[in-house]
Design a binder for this molecule. Sequence first.
Ligand SMILES: C[S@@+](CC[C@H](N)C(=O)[O-])C[C@H]1O[C@@H](n2cnc3c(N)ncnc32)[C@H](O)[C@@H]1O
Length: 259
Amino acid sequence: MNNLFLRTARFYDLDMSDLATHDLAFYRGHAALSQGPILELACGTGRVTIALARAGHSVHGLDLSNSMLAILETKLAGERPEVSDRVSITQGDMAEFNLGRRFSSVIVPFRAFQALTSFEQQRGCLLSVRRHLEPGGRFILDVFMPHPHVLQRWEGATGHVDWVAHDPETGETITRRSRCRRVDPERQIIYPELSFEVTSSDGSVHTFADQLALRFFYPYQIQTLLATHGFRIEEEWGDYQCGPLGYGPEQIYVCRSLA
Ligand SMILES: C[S@@+](CC[C@H](N)C(=O)[O-])C[C@H]1O[C@@H](n2cnc3c(N)ncnc32)[C@H](O)[C@@H]1O
């Protein structure tokens, strides 16, 4: 199954370390406006979950990947009890879920909604979100902005090196590569492969790779999806510093659930 980081989960936080300085303040700011528990869909390794719990919020994280959730659980075990006690977790599919409770806000950070490549999955997710929001609750969704070069960029991706990092604790050198296996312009799906090459201090090399399938959306498509599933968009941004939509790498929508 695509998108679940089954072999590469342990590299995820390392990979996200740059981004983490950008979106956490945004989500913390919105959480501060929220009076009740937060549901985070596709919470992964808990990058955002733990930051919100540290800021005093109760967070329920849902993710389909056992590999990602295992890392979240290990991280929680190292947190102070007052932080870890604020976090609960469900392994499940955001395309259709029933947690039997409501939340004052639901968030889907870092483009995870794009893992839902079919309309049925997107619709199932949005209907599930509505069922889990308190009246007037807030829903925050983030997907990447497909600038005009999106197809050329992915079609041309043939395994270039994104970064190289050295882990002083293990002595390992980690090289991250990405390539695109296929682009489907009609269905607006890209099929990237993420790979991490680990060179140990004894010179042995092991490669861990995962395949992704990500649907990309133009703003009018997300705006229509949200409007036709009972959400009113209150804010839309192009980056986490609240720059205008269309000028940054992201599409961030802050919505209210209509009664
Ligand atoms: C890019 S990561 C984002 C993780 C986290 N939200 C963050 O910002 O660091 C995408 C996450 O989506 C999860 N995922 C993919 N498809 C899913 C699905 N259908 N239901 C729930 N989680 C899913 C993956 O397991 C992965 O943890």
